[in-house]
Design a protein around this ligand. Structure first.
Ligand SMILES: Cc1ncc(COP(=O)(O)O)c(C=O)c1O
Length: 379
């Protein structure tokens, strides 16, 4: 079977298809499954011009001005010190995940991912010829279970792929959890891939810790960043992959062959966004923390929903087990009976069963309307 024929549709984006169909048929739908970011980016978004002299294919590593600015950002914000040859611009973190898998995996190699996790990881691993092995996060508070991850390592294991702040649970993994993982990666001679696309979305007194600060596995660590979430620029399709130079070189060659170079417009917008990060980051955190708290306050009116505050990201992941329905059934029920689109927890893995994911990306009034409609539509 051709590799592409094995790909399932995205369990998160499929909800959007359904929302579009129902809206086209005249239904009012409260979309708590995705949408355009609010607050919108600060950068004004008049796309910077491309002068005639610049209108050429660019550097497959990403332009030097972008990589310099990103290296400064990484050091300043996360204490991760990397040079310009230790990063490659990507068309969003999605391409970063896939190219990282292409760079690391031989056919049949295993990659351990967390359950639940973002829907894109397993298909990217499959397309790169690898095999996904899932390890559940532990307990209702979704802790990294280092012992269970260690037990899943086999001679074929090549990498562990994690995500912090974590979609869909909202966990922000602690220094103790990450140190345990780093130690395992070092002892078993693996790679650690960490998707940090939500690095600016950390609430209360929390702090995002990048595994890039652990020097013991510096030469076996790949970090993925996205401008879609942290800088609210999803349509510009831009991200960064940070890793050892030999891996970045493989990825730049692959970019040269498959993509040529990432859009220069997007690279310029990303740079403008980073230049205003000191103003943007606290504003973003405050806006999303307010949305999180206001939506939780509405949902808590029904004590059957088990809704605890996420430490980061812009998702709520409430438990719905007390309703005696599967996640898929609850999701279908909410859409059909209350016109509320949420994402079934089961699309993120077996551990997501018994939960639904609510996305706080849109404007607060629309989120609250959706949350009230959801409450009204509960069985
Ligand atoms: C964990 C995670 N990483 C990255 C992304 C964004 O990827 P991209 O930069 O390709 O838009 C998402 C989007 O939902 C995500 O959930």
């Amino acid at each position: 079977m051709p590799l592409l024929a094995r790909l399932p549709p995205s369990g998160t984006l499929a909800v959007g298809d359904r929302v579009r169909t129902l809206r086209a048929a005249g239904r009012t739908i409260f979309n708590l499954s995705g949408g355009a970011p609010d607050p919108a980016p600060l950068v004004g978004l008049i796309p910077p011009g491309i002068s005639p002299g610049e209108n050429a294919l660019g550097d497959p590593w990403g332009e030097s001005f972008l990589r310099r600015a990103f290296a400064e950002r990484l050091a300043r914000r996360h204490g991760v010190v990397r040079g310009e040859r230790e990063m490659v611009a990507t068309i969003g973190a999605k391409q970063g995940v896939y190219f990282a898998a292409l760079a690391l995996l031989e056919p049949g190699d295993e990659v351990i991912v967390l359950d639940p996790c973002w829907v894109t990881y397993a298909p990217s691993i499959t397309l790169a010829g690898g095999k996904t092995v899932t390890v559940a996060l532990a307990g209702p508070d979704h802790r990294l279970d280092i012992e269970a991850i260690g037990a899943a390592v086999t001679p074929r294991t090549r990498a562990i792929l994690i995500n912090t702040p974590h979609n869909p649970t909202g966990r922000v993994f602690t220094e103790a959890e990450l140190s345990g993982l780093v130690d395992l990666v070092r002892r078993r001679d693996l790679w650690l891939i960490c998707d940090e696309s939500f690095d600016l979305f950390v609430f209360d007194d929390g702090r995002h810790l990048s595994p890039g600060v652990f020097d013991a596995i510096r030469d076996r660590t790949i970090l993925l960043y996205s401008f879609s979430k942290a800088f609210a620029l999803p349509s510009y399709r831009i991200g960064m992959l940070v890793g050892p130079e030999p891996v970045c070189r493989l990825i730049a060659t692959c970019t040269q062959q498959l993509i040529s170079s990432v859009s220069l417009v997007s690279q310029k917008v990303a740079c403008e966004a980073m230049a205003r990060e000191d103003e943007w980051a606290p504003f973003l955190r405050k806006a999303y923390q307010e949305k999180r708290d206001a939506c939780l306050a509405v949902l808590r009116a029904d004590s059957r929903l088990e809704a605890s505050p996420p430490e980061g990201t812009f998702y709520l992941f409430p438990g719905i087990a007390r309703f005696g329905m599967s996640s898929d059934a609850m999701t279908a029920h909410l859409l059909e009976s209350a016109g509320v689109a949420v994402t079934s927890g089961s699309v993120f893995g077996a551990t997501g069963e018994g939960r639904v994911r609510i996305n706080l990306v849109g404007p607060l009034p629309a989120i609250l309307d959706g949350a009230r409609a959801l409450l009204g539509g509960l069985p």
